[in-house]
Design a protein around this ligand. Structure first.
Ligand code: NDP
Length: 340
């Protein structure tokens, strides 16, 4: 099958692209610049791969041209801002996330009648309710929705703005399916913190994607006097996220579903002994046991919320990569980049 993958230069999309090609799919992917297009083309010589430029998904009709490529059967929409470096919340975060999702769905409905399903990279951000993150008896699952509003996104601190961008992007997708009744169905993948190896496109550690930023901070010695708060205490490895997207595409019964993909709970503090055990050369960069911070509330896993990932295991066949493997493989890849 022929798949359109948006945001092909991203951290998650790089793994997704690799997996789609490995499983024999033909891929058309969008990136923002010719420079990024070249990196991807060079990484897959001879592959059934077309790379096209869509510089800004927030622009009206951004996907009209690419959707006219004949024979598309599936769309994987991953492009969306995930960083905290913007000046204007509306134009730089909310618009690309929300309008970008609307544009891809409109373009597919209008120009790509052969598309059967659109899989969207949503987030745990579209599930969690920040007011309940202190509630240890709460169990998060696909049944939950972030209650934040557009107004919260416009006025809130950066974390809230990002979470609103993901929540409303997912909502407009489900609303589109219901109101516009396109031929295709929709599935969403909702990951929390994504760790995992970075691949070829990263030029230096300074270009690290947001969710691996902590891992870089740890190995360059920035946690030596204090381990930062973990924030969201749930993680998943990027290879499982990529697999979830492809399984949600290939399994007919996955349509119409959200999938909360998480391997489990973690703390920033948990990362330290894993790095110490596997990377003795980094010992002098690591905080010792007396250094405070980065733990569960009150120092116990009993004080944090729970999660229910059973749907993703049962319906997508996921067998989650452990924290230890994810951290080791991430750091191995970071050291390879840093050594360049
Ligand atoms: P990246 O920053 O690596 O990927 C984001 C991608 O979106 C990049 O290819 C980026 O292009 C593209 N993009 C952003 N804004 C625009 C725009 N205005 N126009 C065109 N393209 C744009 O991060 P991830 O791989 O982590 O994120 C991928 C998806 O996964 C996002 O939807 C994110 O919200 C979601 N997600 C990520 C999680 C994580 O922990 N990593 C957790 C939950 C969800 P460029 O780099 O060229 O700007």
């Amino acid at each position: 099958p022929k798949v359109l993958l948006t945001g092909g230069s991203g951290f998650i999309a790089t793994h997704l692209l690799q997996l789609l090609l490995n499983r024999g799919h033909e891929v058309v992917t969008t990136v923002r610049t010719e420079e990024k297009a070249k990196i991807i083309r060079d990484a897959y010589p001879g592959a059934k791969l077309t790379v096209v430029l869509v510089p800004d998904i927030a622009q009206p009709n951004a996907f009209d041209e690419v959707a006219q490529i004949p024979g598309l059967e599936y769309v994987q929409h991953t492009a969306s801002p995930f960083h905290f470096k913007w000046k204007d919340a509306k134009t730089e975060v909310l618009d690309p996330a929300i309008k970008g999702t609307t544009s891809i769905l409109e373009a597919v409905k209008k120009y790509a009648p052969t598309v059967k399903r659109v899989i969207i990279t949503s987030s745990f951000a579209a599930i969690l309710n920040a007011a309940e993150l202190g509630n240890a008896s709460r169990t998060w699952s696909e049944a939950d929705w972030n209650p934040n509003t557009y107004e919260d996104g416009l006025t809130g601190p950066p974390g809230v703005t990002y979470r609103v961008s993901k929540t409303l992007a997912e909502k407009v997708a489900w609303d589109f399916k219901e109101n516009e009744k396109p031929n295709f169905d929709i599935a969403t993948i909702n990951p929390p913190f994504v760790f995992g190896p970075v691949v070829h496109h990263l030029a230096s550690l300074a270009d690290i994607n947001t969710s691996n930023g902590n891992m870089v901070a740890l190995i360059v010695g920035r946690w030596k006097s204090e381990i930062p708060p973990t924030g969201v205490h749930l993680f998943v490895d990027v290879r499982d996220v990529a697999k979830a997207h492809v399984e949600a595409q290939e399994r007919p019964e996955a349509g119409g579903n959200r999938f909360f993909v998480t391997a489990g709970l973690f703390t920033n503090r948990d990362l330290v002994p894993i790095v110490r055990k596997h990377f003795p050369q980094l010992a002098d960069k690591l905080p010792d046991d007396a250094v405070p911070g980065g733990d569960y509330p009150g120092g116990s896993i009993d004080n944090i919320y729970k999660y229910d990932n059973s749907k993703s295991i049962k319906e997508l066949g996921l067998d989650y990569i452990s924290l230890e493997k994810s951290v080791v493989d991430t750091i191995t890849s970071l050291l390879a980049v840093g050594a360049k």
